[in-house]
Design a protein around this ligand. Structure first.
Ligand code: C5P
Length: 242
């Protein structure tokens, strides 16, 4: 039986969000549907039966972690205060710290780690279970993603269209992205400059599996995204299909 753990990097400052909203609070702590934004993804991951532990990686100097709000999520949730300067560094530090926390169990390298952005609050248990089922025991791992629907334009330095990029075969990467612990750590050591885990795995010549999700698993980046996420969470509670 495989073991699964979630790792949620949450050591970012959310500068794009703050710059526009004028708020100094990192985006993972902005209020969303009655809870801090990060609570929603953590709640989904803690509620997924296959997941044994949910590790959240905070900046070492984070003073805003709302411990009382998180207490309701139960004993699966573990806090690691080892965030780094980049997302990849936070994930790397988190992978090492989680192994220590689990007592450096001999088999940890073969266990699965699902890395999920703190800033994707609309993840559902069904999405996580679908990812786990579709990836199965495929050693290249996989990620949730959506096929690109729009025609893409590459801009020149004057904000004019330089080129139209055919959208055929293009997907937008989301999270969770799941890989075996040892492979992901090796890949991130080899390619620390990447912006997602799959890119690091790709540099090793492996081909992670794309698992179709949908646009409701959005990343809150700009202020409007917060309103969209709130709408999704509230309407989903009413049983609507999204
Ligand atoms: O800024 P962006 O939305 O790309 O961040 C994606 C995820 O990576 C967020 O959950 C953010 O908190 C996390 N991150 C991190 N450490 C950093 C930068 C980002 O854990 N140094």
């Amino acid at each position: 039986m495989s073991s699964y753990h979630a790792l949620v990097p949450a050591a970012g400052s959310g500068s794009r969000m703050g710059a526009l909203s004028g708020r100094a609070v990192p985006k993972q702590y902005l209020p969303l549907a009655g809870q801090p934004l990060i609570w929603h993804a953590l709640a989904t991951l803690c509620a997924t039966p296959a997941i044994a532990h949910v590790f959240v990686v905070l900046a070492p100097d984070d003073t805003l972690w709302p411990a009382p709000a998180m207490a309701s999520l139960g004993p699966k949730l573990r806090v690691l205060r080892c965030g780094g300067d980049t997302r990849a560094q936070s994930v790397t530090n988190g992978l090492r710290a989680m192994a220590e926390e689990l007592g450096d169990a001999p088999g940890i390298g073969d266990e699965w780690v699902l890395v999920h952005d703190a800033a994707r609050p609309c993840l559902t248990v069904a999405m996580v279970e679908n990812l786990i089922a579709e990836v199965g025991e495929d050693d290249a791992g996989g990620l949730l993603a959506v096929p690109v629907a729009d025609t893409l334009k590459r801009a020149d330095e004057n904000g004019r269209v330089h080129q139209t990029v055919p959208r055929e075969g293009l997907w937008q990467a989301q999270t969770p992205q799941m890989f075996r612990h040892r492979l992901l750590l090796d890949a991130l050591d080899y390619a620390p400059q990447v912006t997602d885990e799959a890119s690091a795995i790709e540099t090793l010549g492996l081909l992670p599996r794309l698992v179709a999700a949908d646009a409701s698993n959005l990343k809150v980046t700009w202020p409007l995204d917060l309103q969209l996420a709130e709408w999704i969470l509230q309407n989903r509670d009413k049983g609507k299909t999204l």
